[in-house]
Every structure is written in C-alpha cells, then in structure tokens.
Design a protein around this ligand. Structure first.
Ligand SMILES: Cc1cc2nc3c(=O)[nH]c(=O)nc-3n(C[C@H](O)[C@H](O)[C@H](O)COP(=O)(O)OP(=O)(O)OC[C@H]3O[C@@H](n4cnc5c(N)ncnc54)[C@H](O)[C@@H]3O)c2cc1C
Length: 356
C-alpha cells in the first residue's frame, strides 16, 4: 500500500512504504543479510537500498575477493549456496607466501623463499568475484520478494527501541519514506549510523600506528604457468595459481587472487606502509608497474603479458587492528540498529550464529 504525501507546493511527492527490515547498502554484507532473513523468516518484508545498478557493471567492481573458510561455510550452509559458490567463483586452495631471497633479483618464483599450501585445505573456500556475487544475490533476493531501491539513503531517524523508524531514500527524482522497526547499516565505509551517532574512531592513535595505502589492478588472460616449475609436493594436487598468493617486501605486501576462471582474470594489489612508501610513488598505473618492475619482476612480467581491465588507487585503507577498534560501541541497548562495518565482522557474527 503506497501513500503519497504532498508536503507543500515546492517539495516533491514523498511515497511512504512499510517494511519489517530496511537494509541500507547492497554490498556483500547487505545482500547476504537480506538472503539470510528471507530464508529464516518466511514472508518477511525486506527493503534493500543501494545507488549502484543491480546488474553491477565493471565500474562497480569491488575489492575483497579472498574469503576465509568460515565465510564460505556461511555462504554454503547458512545461505544455501553450495552449488552456486562452486559453479560461479574460483576455488581457493589455501594461502601461499613469498619473500624475495635478494630484493634485487626477483625474475622468477624460484628467486623467493616460500610457505606453500601443500594440500587442499580440509574446508573449501572460494575467491569471490564480488560484482558477480552482488549481482546474483540481488537477483535471487528480488525473486524471494525483496524490494530493491536503486537509490541512496539520505537520512535515517534513530528513534530508540522498537518504535517505528523512518529511512529517507532518494531514487532519481523520487523520494521515499520507508517505515520500519529494524534498520541495518550495511553501507560499508559510509558508516551511516556510525557517523550519525558519533560512534566511529579513525584517529591515528586508535589505529596502532597503521597508516596504509593501496593500489590494485585487474588483469585478464594471464599466463598461468607462473608456478609450474615451483614447489610440487608428492600427493598434493592443489593448484598454486588458485591459492591466494602473498608477496612481501620492505614496507609492503601484495595479494594475487584469481577472480574469473574463463577469462583468466586476476586481482593484483599492494598494501603499502605510507611511512616507508609515499603515495607519490604509487598513485598511477604506470607507477605501480614501475614499483613491480623494481621489487617483484616476476609479477611485472605477468602484468605486462596480460590484458589490463582496470586500475584503482585508495590512499587510505583501514587495516585489521582498526576493524577491531573502529566502533566505540558495538551494541547499544537503547537502539535496535545492527552495525555491520565490514565483511570480516559479518563473518564473525555468522560464525557466532553457527557455533551457537
Ligand atoms: C585493498 C583492500 C583489500 C581487501 N581484501 C579483502 C580480501 O581479500 N578478503 C576479504 O574478506 N576482505 C577484503 N577486504 C575488505 C572487504 O572489501 C570489505 O570488508 C567488504 O567490501 C565490506 O563489505 P560491505 O558489504 O560491508 O561494504 P561494501 O562492499 O563497501 O558495500 C557497501 C554498499 O553500500 C552502498 N552505499 C553506500 N552509501 C549508501 C547510501 N547512502 N545508501 C545506500 N547504499 C549506500 C554502496 O554503494 C555499497 O554497495 C579488502 C579491503 C580493501 C580496501
């Protein structure tokens, strides 16, 4: 039932809708939360809001593809996506770590010391193509009855307890007031509720001295022979290419994650300590390539011989200590809001649910 409220002659019409739960943000946390609710509570009315188009174009590609085992367990068991996960996202055969024996000589994998995953991990996990996952989950959620608002939350009232709250949404030139008892903030780094309640701490002293930046590229049609003359233990059949590979050097580490099987697509990026490596040395694709040429020639060769998909630069990234320390208060008895600040935290919450 839609009520049209005419506020006055100047202001636009505002449509009012009612839901049991309103989820702000349809990233990993939002789409999983919606599906979880739909599976657990029959006939629940859920609204999902996100400004990104539901078919997630290349522009909407997101980072964060290597899932930990508990996340895949949640995706399979709690979200019922066993076959979907295997059929749509590359497998993850553990973690490999590589350190150059001599930082001036990094031509091949054999120029590195390693820690290899020597067996397939006992619990499966996947390397997730994030835009595909979000696109697919939005479609599944819509089939199960979710209303998707392809727009932006402009405000939310924080009426305490079980009182009805209002989430203001703008979709193009249309305005909506969504009435609900339960609001979930899954808007990632926008921290809609966290900012409103002054519950976010990003002061340098709260981050334990972590001051990191990141750049990454996506490439496709890569030469997957990279590891073929490397470590090959008897009885180990896991592909080192389909692991999450980490490469280390002074003041930085790199990830290398396959994200598409057919197009042989990889995400390669660096987290660098800004006290050691300045943003000026990293902030363009050319500079990133030059950095690889100087520090990890083997990866420079890999990138040079493949097709470029895109390049991203984020001068400030939160790191693990800040996840823990990010919010001052996780649970406020006076509010019935859930705060899901990031993917890993939602895994921890999921883990708690599973273990209970
Ligand atoms: C460099 C880097 C590497 C990483 N690597 C990994 C990794 O390998 N593995 C891993 O598990 N994690 C990784 N992460 C972390 C991971 O990316 C995040 O934890 C994850 O994306 C958080 O998901 P989310 O759904 O909370 O937020 P997001 O994915 O950011 O989704 C938030 C959504 O909210 C929407 N939104 C924003 N504002 C509004 C608004 N006003 N109204 C409505 N919607 C709004 C956005 O459009 C977006 O779709 C990495 C992070 C970085 C920076």
């Amino acid at each position: 039932m839609v009520t049209v409220i005419q506020e006055n002659d100047q202001k636009p019409d505002i449509q009012e809708q009612e839901y049991d739960v309103v989820i702000m943000g349809a990233g990993f946390a939002g789409v999983c939360q919606a599906r979880h609710l739909l599976l657990k509570i029959p006939n629940i009315r859920v609204a999902l809001i996100d400004p990104r188009p539901e078919d997630r174009t290349d522009k909407d590609l997101k980072i964060g593809e290597s899932t930990v085992e508990i996340a895949t367990l949640f995706i399979c068991k709690e979200l019922g996506l066993y076959e979907y996960a295997i059929e749509n996202h590359p497998p993850k055969y553990g973690l490999n770590f590589h350190w150059a024996k001599d930082s001036l000589n990094t031509e091949s994998v054999n120029d590195y010391y390693h820690i290899w995953a020597n067996r397939q991990p006992p619990m499966a996990s996947i390397q997730m193509n994030r835009s595909k996952f979000e696109r697919d989950l939005i479609a599944m959620n819509k089939k199960m009855g979710v209303t998707y608002y392809n727009g932006r939350v402009t405000d939310v009232d924080l009426t305490p307890g079980d009182e009805i709250k209002t989430v203001n949404v703008k979709v193009g030139s249309q305005y909506f007031n969504l009435k609900t008892k339960h609001v979930i903030d899954a808007a990632g780094r926008k921290f809609i509720i966290g900012k409103k309640t002054d519950n976010i701490q990003l002061n340098p002293e709260d981050l334990f001295g972590v001051n990191t930046g990141s750049v990454w590229v996506r490439i496709k049609n890569v030469d997957r022979n990279l590891f073929h003359d490397g470590y090959d233990p008897t009885m180990g059949s896991c592909s080192h290419y389909y692991a999450t590979n980490h490469w280390f050097g002074h003041g930085h580490w790199l990830w290398m994650i396959p994200t598409e099987i057919d197009s042989k697509e990889l995400s390669i990026g660096v987290i660098y300590h800004r006290d050691t490596i300045s943003d000026d040395q990293m902030n363009t694709q050319e500079k990133f390539h030059a950095f690889l040429k100087a520090n990890h020639h083997v990866l420079y060769n890999l990138i040079s011989n493949s097709e470029s998909v895109d390049f991203h630069y984020r001068p400030q990234v939160a790191s693990f200590p800040s996840f823990v320390n990010l919010v001052k208060t996780f649970i406020d008895k006076n509010l019935s809001f859930s705060i899901i600040p990031n993917m890993r935290l939602s895994f921890l919450l999921a883990a708690k649910v599973i273990l209970n």
